[in-house]
Ligand binder design. Structure first.
Ligand SMILES: *[C@@H]1O[C@H](CO)[C@@H](O)[C@H](O)[C@H]1NC(C)=O
Ligand SMILES: *[C@@H]1O[C@H](CO)[C@@H](O)[C@H](O)[C@H]1NC(C)=O
Ligand SMILES: *[C@@H]1O[C@H](CO)[C@@H](O)[C@H](O)[C@H]1NC(C)=O
Ligand SMILES: *[C@@H]1O[C@H](CO)[C@@H](O)[C@H](O)[C@H]1NC(C)=O
Ligand SMILES: *[C@@H]1O[C@H](CO)[C@@H](O)[C@H](O)[C@H]1NC(C)=O
Ligand SMILES: *[C@@H]1O[C@H](CO)[C@@H](O)[C@H](O)[C@H]1NC(C)=O
Ligand SMILES: *[C@@H]1O[C@H](CO)[C@@H](O)[C@H](O)[C@H]1NC(C)=O
Length: 288
């Protein structure tokens, strides 16, 4: 019985030494700058605390894949997708979804340039419950007055009439006859409101639409679980896991300090269990 108790007692100074030395090494070592940089999150207006895969503003481009750069203008988060500047209204990392609205349609339906909505399909998909709103410009068809017209637009100092549809009716001649039209996704509910009330146009456009982002979340989760920070290797164009000490392709290895500590704790626990079993452990003598 005695040998076990004394062996624990003799290990105590070693344990204390280990704890102290691990503390010292962790305080003295400097974190990898990429790790520190990508640990920061983005906040811009109502969009707060956003991390991987997004980058931009104060997060370097190696903190996420291309296509996920956020800009912040007058406290409004924005993302550029092909030709469209999109306002970011909301980001839901858990659902991997974001709600965006076309910046050029934020203040009405009369932009100075007519550009279709083309999302970056390499990185995003359209969300559910959306419908394409088609706005027709300069396409006045007196014979078919059943279409809903909006107040004429003044584009480049020229008045043009504007009508719209929220469904693709085969009988609708406009897609074939009208040379200028723009597709803007809107929510299903907004589309239904537009069918009966053109006054809801601004609300529909400002309501935006949902996108899902397509990024492998498993590799990032594994990296985070190993205390790493997700990032992007711009040389190999692939995922990278930034660890406290150095980058890794997948996950972070435990540091020498934590390994030793874990080993020691395991060892200590075993001795403790044996001692308890044999009934020879006297806690107060151990602590003294
Ligand atoms: C970026 O960081 C600087 C200081 O490091 C801070 O003043 C600034 O507000 C930050 N900008 C954003 C957009 O977070
Ligand atoms: C208005 O003029 C600009 C510049 O000339 C041009 O790029 C744009 O396409 C015009 N907009 C329309 C709707 O014709
Ligand atoms: C937008 O897309 C529709 C349908 O694909 C097309 O008919 C129209 O010409 C496009 N408009 C512009 C401005 O490119
Ligand atoms: C809207 O039109 C685009 C381009 O034609 C298409 O990719 C998308 O699936 C359409 N969305 C809906 C909800 O029909
Ligand atoms: C709108 O423009 C069309 C021609 O493009 C014209 O016939 C119509 O009178 C205009 N409507 C208004 C309210 O200005
Ligand atoms: C990025 O990938 C390249 C090519 O595979 C590799 O040589 C480099 O070490 C990686 N960068 C980092 C920071 O690991
Ligand atoms: C543990 O040790 C202390 C002092 O060494 C002693 O007073 C106490 O009786 C011991 N307790 C047991 C359960 O052996």
């Amino acid at each position: 019985m005695q040998p076990i108790t004394s062996s624990i007692s003799s290990l105590l100074p070693l344990f204390c030494f280990l704890v102290v030395s691990i503390r010292v090494t962790t305080t003295l070592s400097v974190d990898d700058p990429q790790y520190s940089e990508c640990r920061t999150t983005l906040t811009c207006g109502s969009v707060a605390d956003i991390g991987y895969p997004f980058w931009g503003m104060n997060r370097s481009s190696y903190c996420g894949p291309p296509g996920f750069e956020l800009m912040c203008e007058d406290d409004v988060a924005k993302i550029m997708m092909n030709e469209n500047m999109l306002r970011v209204l909301d980001i839901n990392p858990g659902q991997q979804s974001l709600k965006v609205a076309r910046e050029d349609y934020w203040n009405g339906y009369c932009p100075s340039e007519l550009i279709n909505t083309t999302i970056d399909l390499d990185h995003f998909d359209y969300g559910r419950n959306l419908r394409n709103l088609t706005l027709f410009y300069g396409c006045y068809l007196p014979a078919t007055s059943t279409f809903i017209f909006l107040t004429n637009c003044s584009i480049n100092r020229t008045l043009v009439d504007v009508s719209y549809s929220t469904r693709n009716f085969l009988a609708d001649p406009r897609p074939w006859v009208c040379p200028r039209s723009v597709l803007v996704p809107v929510y299903e509910t907004a589309a239904r409101d537009l069918e009966v009330n053109p006054m809801t146009m601004e609300q529909a456009l400002r309501g935006g639409f949902e996108l899902q982002w397509k990024v492998d979340t498993d590799e990032c989760r594994r990296c985070r679980d190993s205390d790493g920070v997700c990032g992007y290797n711009q040389t190999s164009n692939s995922f990278i896991c930034f660890c406290k000490d150095q980058p890794s392709e997948s996950t972070c290895l435990p540091t020498t300090g934590t390994l030793l500590l874990a080993l020691f704790q395991k060892h200590f626990a075993q001795l403790f269990a044996v001692a308890k079993l044999t009934g020879s452990l006297n806690m107060s003598s151990l602590m003294s």
